[in-house]
Design a protein around this ligand. Structure first.
Ligand code: GDP
Length: 379
């Protein structure tokens, strides 16, 4: 019988087929003695956390540790994809822990966004999943905003474990790297050491800080299939995922017009008055306005050139479509009823549409799996 070889750092079984999964090493290293998986190697030598992604079953098994040993949980979410950041089963394992919701990627938000309203909305969405947050904090892991405060908070946790938790791609690894970088820059020297573990993908670190030793756990990332990010190829994502601060795009729409957000989402004004809408989506996403009666033929002719995304290979994921009715004043058949101040229709992973119309009747069409929602206007 051949023995399963494990990483001497984290205990994950070694494999050389999937770089995002635990225990990855290039095939040429497999034969060596005392092998560190690539992730452990990078952490040890460069302080670099690289994401580890696992399936649902493994995830459940790993995070059960949090239930057994409650502590402080940093629940990292992506401000542009909150729906895609919420971990469906989180309630079950964070029940006895304190949960700090860490809202990442705020560098992408327009400057005039109302953080209080945003915090309230996020708190409400997290609560709706059965998790009661202690607090909501805003950061940009990539730009290193808000990291100092978070590090100060973590450094005080000498009595119970700290867990960093988040869906794949919310920026969990970037945050861990940012925290470790900050810790090691401090005058009072911090040291971070990785402790060999026995679990598959939950990695344990010890940090010596000014108040004592902090035990920090990095949890694996979980993947969804109903997120824009998992439905599009790398080329398509260049148009869709905001890379820099989103510039609002303002449109005055007359009834009977259609607005394409790439070939992903279509907005049509059916009635009401001329109205203002503001798009908060990636600056790269092609947006095209036309008359409603020309919209179908425009789409057929130009989905792969002017509208760019999804490309022919990714298009299949977007063919199964549904529509949502948006109305002001409220109507019983509307999916979203706008109040006096209008509202934001949130397109998870893409951004949002802000409506100012007092008398509005519109239809939004998009893929069935895109979980649209409404919130009070942020801007
Ligand atoms: P993980 O899978 O949760 O560990 O996520 P990563 O740390 O690998 O980040 C996923 C993607 O989000 C990468 O493309 C990062 O560059 C990006 N990202 C992470 N943090 C930020 C941030 O603060 N701002 C922006 N704009 N992008 C970020």
């Amino acid at each position: 019988m051949t023995e399963t070889r494990v990483c001497v750092g984290c205990g994950a079984p070694l494999q050389s087929t999937d770089e995002r999964m635990p225990g990855y090493v290039p095939a040429s290293h497999l034969e060596r003695e005392d092998v560190l998986c690539r992730r452990c190697f990078r952490i040890r030598h460069y302080g670099d956390f690289t994401p580890v992604v696992v399936d649902e079953q493994t995830y459940q098994r790993e995070v059960a540790t949090i239930f057994d040993r409650p502590g402080l949980v940093l629940y990292v979410v992506d401000v542009f994809d909150l729906a895609g950041s919420l971990i469906p089963s989180a309630r079950r394992f964070v029940a006895s822990s304190d949960v700090l919701v860490v809202v990442n990627k705020v560098d992408l938000l327009p400057a005039d966004v109302g953080y209080e309203a945003l915090g309230d909305w996020i708190r409400g969405e997290v609560r709706a999943t059965g998790v009661e947050p202690l607090d909501v904090v805003f950061i940009s892991a990539e730009r290193r905003h808000g990291i100092d405060k978070l590090v100060d908070r973590v450094a005080r946790e000498t009595k119970r474990p700290v867990y960093v938790m988040g869906m794949a791609n919310v920026g969990k690894s970037t945050l861990l790297n940012a925290m470790v970088e900050r810790l090691s820059e401090r005058k009072q020297p911090f040291t971070v050491s990785r402790r060999p573990g026995t679990t598959l993908a939950m990695s344990r670190f010890e940090i010596d800080g000014p108040f004592g030793r902090v035990e920090l756990f990095d949890t694996p990332g979980l993947m969804y299939t109903s997120r824009v990010i998992e439905r599009l190829c790398g080329d398509c994502l260049k148009w869709v995922v905001p890379r820099s601060r989103v510039r609002p795009r303002v449109y005055q729409l007359n009834p009977g017009q259609a607005l394409f957000l790439g070939g992903l989402v279509r907005l049509e004004t059916l009635g009401g008055e001329r109205q203002g809408i503001v798009l908060y989506v990636s600056n790269e996403l092609p947006v095209h306005r036309t008359k409603r009666e020309r919209a179908d033929s425009f789409f057929a002719d130009h989905r792969f050139d002017i509208l760019k995304v999804p490309c022919e290979r990714c298009a299949e994921s977007f063919d199964d479509r549904r529509s949502w009715l948006v109305a002001a004043p409220p109507r019983h058949d509307a999916d979203f009823s706008l109040g006096k101040r209008g509202g934001d229709i949130v397109l998870p992973g893409l951004g949002w549409i802000a409506w100012t119309g007092q008398r509005t009747l519109a239809r939004i069409e998009g893929p069935t799996w895109l979980a649209l929602s409404m919130r009070p206007r942020l801007v």
